[in-house]
Design a protein around this ligand. Structure first.
Ligand code: NI
Length: 181
């Protein structure tokens, strides 16, 4: 089922989400619905608070562009993007490399706004899976960025919180209008 995507200004987007304690049928159905909703909206990631559920759960799929990472290791082994997509994770834990990279981002909850965001280029992510396993991912590029963007959502942080003061000034009016809708 395609779910409604909550828009900028909704308080759930600012919540610190709860850990997923148990993966029951409700959570499984939520994952299926979030994947369907993300593909329908042509996004590369979606976090549970974006569909109104304050749980530490997100989905990512960047497989449209196999070149979007320069390396990918899964549980210490070299891997292909398509082997791990779509990526569904709960209760993520991230470590960051020191190199930073600037790239444009958008968000399905902030309609029509894109801006450059500087983030760590390299991450090591410990991503518990809904089947009880854990996947450890080391990567960069769009996948590293998408995992960071979605993990931010689970902490009530939006990409517009991370843009430069000058870029913030440029989008201020549009954000205010979204907030008032
Ligand atoms: Ni987003």
């Amino acid at each position: 089922m395609i779910l409604e995507i909550v828009q900028y200004g909704h308080p759930v987007l600012r919540e610190k989400c709860r850990e997923v304690q148990e993966v029951d049928e409700r959570v499984r159905q939520l994952v299926a619905d979030m994947l369907e909703t993300m593909y329908d909206a042509e996004g590369v990631g979606l976090a549970a608070p974006q569909v109104g559920v304050a749980l530490r759960l997100a989905v990512v799929d960047v497989s449209h562009d196999p070149e979007c990472v320069s390396y990918l290791r899964v549980n210490g082994q070299d891997a292909e993007l398509k082997d791990i997509m779509p990526l569904v994770f709960i209760n993520p834990e991230l470590e960051f490399g020191s190199r930073k990279e600037k790239s444009p981002e958008g968000c399905l909850s902030i309609d029509g706004i894109r801006a450059e965001v500087s983030r760590p280029a390299d991450i090591k992510a410990r991503l518990p899976q809904i089947d009880g396993g854990v996947v450890e991912i080391e990567t960069d590029g769009l996948l590293a960025r998408a995992i960071q963007h979605e993990t931010d959502h689970l902490n009530g942080v939006l990409f517009v919180d991370r843009i430069s003061p000058a870029a913030k000034v440029r989008i201020k009016g549009r954000l205010r209008r979204l907030n008032e809708e």
